[in-house]
Design a binder for this molecule. Structure first.
Ligand SMILES: [Zn+2]
Length: 451
């Protein structure tokens, strides 16, 4: 028997509207007018609470298999479910083995068995020397690939230069799958670091870390990627754009119709360099969080659609690796833990800037779904899509405490943040997986293989 879910505020592709979702066999079968809830279906009426599409986070490090002491399928997907995220796309590094061939993909699938509380997919990795492994990974169903232009922090995931990129893009040409790129070039970072060390810079200071990863590293990488996207006519996606200085180049590339998409992350839209205490390495990520003026320029680019989407780049580690006592930015692991907080953090920041909740639909659901080839299945409340949705109260106010964090290690720069908006329930393919601070049922998450 179909189920019906209604609210006066349902976020559909047409905006926030009174509506009834009709759900059967895990899919949305109709989005009807509010008054049309059939009496035969079991009806849940959510009043004025918002019904949002299940969010899609296309940039997460689950670290499973191999580094489950850092994170893992169970804790990461539970954190996602508690935050209204019903689809995670896992990055190919920080797990062991790195997802750079089909054997590693099989190992990941085995690690996920019975552990995933939301649906997931795995990006494949492009590293130096694995061009021959890319087509088999495509056949195995990965939605796209990720590579680095600078040391990744993980020796097993070798970064690529232009020659390697050309080999990879030749393999991807015509496949329609995106190459996601960590867009910082090593040259400017190495030069800046050398200069800082010659001056005996204090590595406890955030300003030292920021200076060591200059805007030029991003701008020069993006200029290279624009050239390659044009030459190979292959979609390239810039992950975690942090420098607003690259926006002019990107705008020109988009105007010329080049297949370039752009994401930024919640941390670049929420924090600002001026507010980061020295030694507070829980804020360390790469590229670094830049100043407040840069942050506002990123918001402007999001508003204009030049930045397509917002992800978390959730990349946790055991707390000891943040080396909080020494507080040295050069020695600490780079990666911010924030999975599950993205919706309230973004909503709080959006209300401060006058954005309506409608924008969440594209930024955090339909655009990342499109990137991963999931349009029609995930990312929007439309007939035929998986019945993934979130019941959201936009008006609650609270301060983030460890009990709000469901990922493995409760160390996060968001602790103490004053936020608005709570996820009350999360539904995955027509079944409730989270509600009332509890996880419900069992780990029903499935892998989403590229169709
Ligand atoms: Zn990442």
């Amino acid at each position: 028997m179909p189920q019906a879910f209604r609210s006066t505020r349902v976020l559909t592709p047409d905006g926030l509207t009174p509506a009834t979702l009709l759900v059967d066999c895990g899919r949305i079968v109709a989005v009807q007018s509010w008054g049309d809830a059939p009496t035969s279906a079991s009806l849940r009426d959510y009043g004025d609470l918002m019904l949002l599409p299940g969010l899609v986070d296309s940039h997460v490090h689950i670290n499973d298999p191999g580094r489950t002491e850092w994170e893992g399928f169970k804790t990461a997907t539970q954190a996602a479910a508690a935050g209204g995220v019903t689809t995670l796309i896992d990055m190919p590094l920080n797990c062991i083995p790195e997802t750079i061939d089909t054997e590693a993909l099989v190992a990941k699938r085995n690690a996920a068995k019975g552990q995933a509380w939301v649906d997931w997919a795995a990006w494949g990795g492009v590293v130096r020397g694995n061009a021959d492994a890319l087509r088999p990974l495509i056949r195995a169903g990965v939605p796209g690939f990720k590579c680095f232009l600078i040391h990744s922090g993980i020796d097993g995931f070798a970064w690529v230069d232009e020659a390697d990129l050309r080999l990879a893009l030749a393999q991807l040409r015509g496949a329609g799958l995106p190459l996601l790129v960590h867009a910082e070039l090593a040259g400017p970072v190495n030069a800046a670091t050398k200069t800082l060390n010659e001056k005996n810079a204090d590595w406890r200071k955030y300003s030292t870390y920021l200076a060591s990863r200059p805007d030029a590293a991003e701008v020069e990488a993006i200029a290279l990627l624009i050239r390659l996207a044009e030459e190979f006519s292959t979609p390239i996606h810039i992950v975690h754009l942090a420098s607003a200085q690259a926006l002019t180049l990107l705008a020109a590339a988009r105007e010329r119709g080049l297949p370039i998409t752009v994401e930024t992350c919640v941390q670049y839209l929420w924090f600002a360099a001026e507010e980061i205490p020295d030694g507070a390495t829980e804020f360390k990520c790469a590229p670094p969080i830049r100043d407040a003026a840069n942050r506002e320029a990123l918001w402007d680019a999001l508003d204009k659609g030049l930045i397509d989407m917002v992800t978390t780049d959730h990349s946790p580690c055991p707390p000891a690796m943040k080396r909080r006592e020494e507080g040295r930015w050069d020695l600490a692991w780079g990666g911010i833990a924030g999975l599950g907080l993205a919706l309230p953090v973004m909503w709080t920041a959006m209300t401060q800037r006058g954005f309506g909740i409608e924008r969440v639909g594209a930024w955090m659901a339909s655009e990342p779904a499109r990137l991963a080839g999931l349009t029609g299945r995930k990312g929007a409340l439309v007939p035929g899509a998986h019945a993934d949705f979130v019941v959201f109260n936009p008006d609650t106010e609270y301060t983030v405490a460890p009990e709000h964090l469901h990922f493995r290690h409760k160390l996060s720069p968001y602790l103490g943040a004053k936020l608005r908006g709570s996820v009350l329930e999360t539904w995955l393919r027509g079944e409730q997986v989270y509600g009332g601070d509890q996880f419900m049922g069992e780990a029903r998450g499935r892998e989403l293989v590229r169709a």
